[in-house]
Design a protein around this ligand. Sequence first.
Ligand code: FAD
Ligand code: MG
Length: 325
Amino acid sequence: MTTDRRIYSYSAVLMGSPILLKLFEHNESLAARVFRLIKAHENILTVNRPHSDIMAINHAAGRQPVVVSQPIFEIIKRAKAVSLLEGSCFNFTIGPLVKRWKIGFSGNTVPDSDELQALLALTSPDDVQLDESSRCVFLAKAGMEIDLGAIAKGYIADIVRDFLQQEHIENALINLGGNVHTIGAGDDNGAREEGGWAIGLKKPFADAAALIGVINVANKSVVTSGIYERYFELDGRCYHHILDPKTGYPLDNELLSVTVICDDSIDGDIYTTLLYGMGVEKSLAYLQQCADIEAIFVTRDQQVICSSQRQFSFALTDTAYRLAN
Ligand code: FAD
Ligand code: MG
């Protein structure tokens, strides 16, 4: 039982993102262990430095298979399966395009279409050969690059959740910069009888603190992908970091952001990208078959659309936006 309702917040910058841990107890050593755990997984999964387990695979593209650990093999297998779903806009071999665009990093420019076509030829998920028995990963063409940017934060958020649970933490929130995981009934007793964590839905292209509304949720992951965190503008056009694997350009549709509420953050991370590519209408139809996955869509014409609200509640706070049903 928690008697002290005071929240203790611990922050760090890891994976190029602000990381926030909230606990109901003052426990700096636990926070330090959480940040070390995240750092250890960043070191394995990053493609933003020359050396990591994923970069070893990328460096060996077209030359030789690389043996990886079982968990890394599993995340790559999952990323490949999602990339091969019919019509999927999730593509974990998008690396050459991400590296060329450099969106969110310095030196970004708009590639010409010939250059994009040449790079697109290096982004076929079928060209990633996986050997289950030896845990080998082989990128068949030189120049191919795996990029787990659309799934790795979710994977790591689940690891942090599992770690905190092993440490018998009954109430906590971890935010990996858009990937939020909640444990327990949280800090907000107002919105729902059973309590919950209050998580802000960010207002696109506004101050960091500006919100459209508040999501109230307990024991769930809340993942948001949007076009307003990492982008650059040129000649009046906005180029954001979620790329269309068919064209090589940033995905262009009616959406500003997609938030997915579900049990595991790896699913949330995958689904934000998948649903982003589907757009609102297809996503709503698709989600009717997924009892455990719910989403909140924010559109360019300032609508907020919830697929359903079984596992969370949402309160609109910005009247410039309209809650559609
Ligand atoms: P999501 O929408 O979930 O995914 C978008 C990201 O996925 C893109 O940034 C790109 O990396 C990739 N992507 C783009 N299009 C597609 C597609 N069609 N299919 C699949 N994937 C796609 N940022 C820094 O600035 N500096 C760092 O040092 C740094 N290190 C990182 C280390 C790790 C281990 C991870 C996981 C991330 C790191 N990042 C870093 C952030 C990273 O570059 C991405 O911006 C971030 O992962 C995007 O997360 P998201 O949830 O906002 O976006
Ligand atoms: Mg994602």
